[in-house]
Design a protein around this ligand. Sequence first.
Ligand code: AMP
Length: 284
Amino acid sequence: MEEIVTGAAMRAWSDRARAAGRRIGLVPTMGYLHEGHISLVAEARRRAETCVASIFVNPLQFGPSEDLERYPRDLPRDRDALSAAGVDVLYLPTAAEMYPPGFQTEVTVSGVSGGLCGRSRPGHFKGVTTVVTKLFNAVKPHVAVFGEKDYQQLAVIRRMANDLDTGIEVVGAPIVREADGVAMSSRNAYLSADEREAARCLSRALAAARDAVATGTRAAADVLTSVRAVLDAEPKARIDYAEIVDVDALEPLEHIDHRALIALAVFIGRTRLIDNTILTASNA
Ligand code: AMP
């Protein structure tokens, strides 16, 4: 596996790969990798013969009181995992290279960025879309793979890739979970043993939502009552948001007519975790 640090070297590599007729798949990450990330690499490799993974903890997408400074890092382990997964190039830009003095450009997607995490984390998606644009321009992928774990991020990037005529195919990959249902996340490393146990309430709450829909509940407010009951029963949990929205524009729904997304953001102690699932009203 080759390692590339500068945008110029990355673009040169990409131009050579394209000239040789190879399709390029990109998997952007912030490192501290787990099976969820590796599943994205596998998906990228199914769709392109060369795979680039990036690791960059992007300061632009962290709020002033968020966890940028303590975000977990383990580059040697990540390197081994990506190399074993068959990644061809690890792109490792530095913050100084990404945002040199004088940098003053932002990429903003309105609408779909506004609710859910966009409301709780002002400026977050602007940071994401700006860095992903830079990664797209450096790597010049044919296809880029993102996890449904960050469902809103995937929707925002899809919108951006389409609106800006990038020609890049944005692919979503399913959420990978631990055996007990907890969605894999680099931030799970922050949890104490008790908090890790408490974190199970998110997937349990999503299961309660699916059960409610399966037994005929269609009013979003009623589904959310069941969801909040599960989360409120966990003393270590504090709800940031629990919402039912449509699967594309992510606008709040009152009624689940066919398919809907239920999205959760919940603090377990100081750690903010997100999770989601699609609700399907089969007999609607
Ligand atoms: P991150 O390193 O947290 O920025 O995540 C990088 C990519 O991995 C994003 O597209 C995430 O949606 C995806 N990802 C993170 N956790 C999971 C998971 N448990 N299952 C599937 N994809 C994930």
